[in-house]
Design a protein around this ligand. Structure first.
Ligand SMILES: [Zn+2]
Length: 131
């Protein structure tokens, strides 16, 4: 069996998190040996750490999804992302971030959040997960 790495999962979403043990069995059965858990908002970070505790093959990203920026983006959020990224050795990427002008129209907030997360990724020498 080919060993697989899933570079983008959100197993904290309720439809998966409520059955995490079975979800994990399915990824293991398919040969997935490593996963990167993407992040919608930094508020998820504790939950992502708990998943990584249960499933050591899960690495963590921290960031702010473009569709979660509306009314939420501010410089302090960027500072928090940078702090969290440095707080846990399981963090392997910043994101997910990016721009989504199809589903949302808050272009200025999205651009500010994306720009800041690019800067954080560069400063910490981490990959960036782009939506
Ligand atoms: Zn995603």
């Amino acid at each position: 069996m080919v060993a697989l790495v899933d570079t983008h999962v959100h197993v904290n979403f309720p439809e998966l998190a409520t059955d995490l043990a079975a979800v994990r069995q399915r990824w293991q059965a398919q040969g997935v040996i490593r996963l990167v858990h993407s992040c919608v908002t930094p508020d998820e970070f504790g939950t992502l750490q708990a998943i990584a505790e249960r499933c050591p093959e899960v690495a963590i990203a921290v960031g702010l999804h473009p569709l979660s920026t509306a009314g939420f983006w501010q410089a302090a959020v960027g500072d928090r992302i940078a702090e969290l990224a440095q707080s846990d050795r399981r963090v392997v990427a910043i994101g997910e971030t990016g721009l989504d002008f199809y589903k949302a129209t808050n272009q200025e907030e999205q651009i500010a959040a994306f720009t800041r997360q690019i800067e954080i990724a560069q400063a910490l020498d981490l990959p960036l997960i782009v939506h």
